[in-house]
Write a new protein. Structure first.
Length: 231
């Protein structure tokens, strides 16, 4: 009798667990569908183009988080222009695995990517939010470029192949402005400026990110652009 009750109780628990999984899958699907529809409407209102996926974006950029893991994908892609600069925003994800056999687990890493085209190729430059540990190892390995503002040096890590270019871009007024956004990481790479963060973005976050990117690019001195153009 007790075994029958135990067996019946186990079956009920299993069925309840299965029902919960089904509910979570359905809710997840509905939320994803609602988000896709919201992004498509957001794009249409601005005269942009929305695509549910674009495999060509998977290998479009380099550096973290690109080129890592497996099952890489670029989805919920928005194409358009902001302040006459071409842009693209998309969800980027990849998976990593650890363990083996029955203990093998797979983790999906998700990122929001917003990229703005510069119209010309520029030297690589990255500005990342800093921490005490990052400062210590950055200075130890000569990775962290020190600039004129100690407040800025404490807040951000700057990496660049060309220290002169980094200094020209990150002039005192630029550094003062960037201190308003101490959590903002961004980089110049190839012909683009990128802002990458964990998670995924909402339409208002895309607008806000583009506005900040535009403000940064507008404060790069004209002589820097002329030099890059070979003038």
């Amino acid at each position: 009798m007790s075994r029958a009750l135990f067996g019946g109780g186990f079956l009920l628990l299993f069925l309840a667990f299965l029902a919960l999984i089904v509910v979570l899958v359905v809710v997840g699907y509905q939320q994803a569908k609602k988000r896709r529809e919201g992004l498509a409407a957001f794009a249409a209102a601005r005269g942009w183009v929305y695509r549910q996926a674009d495999p060509s974006l998977v290998g479009r950029f380099t550096g973290s988080p690109f080129g890592t893991g497996s099952s890489r994908s670029a989805t919920n892609c928005l194409y358009g222009a902001h302040a006459e600069r071409p842009m693209v925003a998309f969800d980027y994800s990849y998976t990593t695995s650890s363990g083996s056999g029955d203990n093998r687990t797979t983790t999906t890493h998700r990122y929001s990517v917003v990229a703005m085209n510069l119209g010309l190729v520029v030297p690589p430059l990255a500005v990342s939010p800093e921490g005490a540990v990052g400062r210590f190892f950055g200075r130890l390995t000569n990775r962290d470029i020190e600039l004129e503002s100690e407040d800025f040096n404490r807040a951000f890590t700057v990496t660049a192949h060309d220290r002169r270019f980094a200094s020209d871009v990150l002039h005192p007024q630029m550094m003062q402005m960037l201190l308003q956004w101490p959590a903002l990481g961004w980089r110049l790479e190839g012909d683009s400026m990128l802002v990458v963060r964990s998670g995924h973005h909402a339409p208002h976050e895309v607008d806000a990110t583009l506005a900040v990117m535009d403000a940064i690019l507008d404060r790069i001195p004209e002589h820097v652009w002329r030099t890059l153009r070979g003038q």
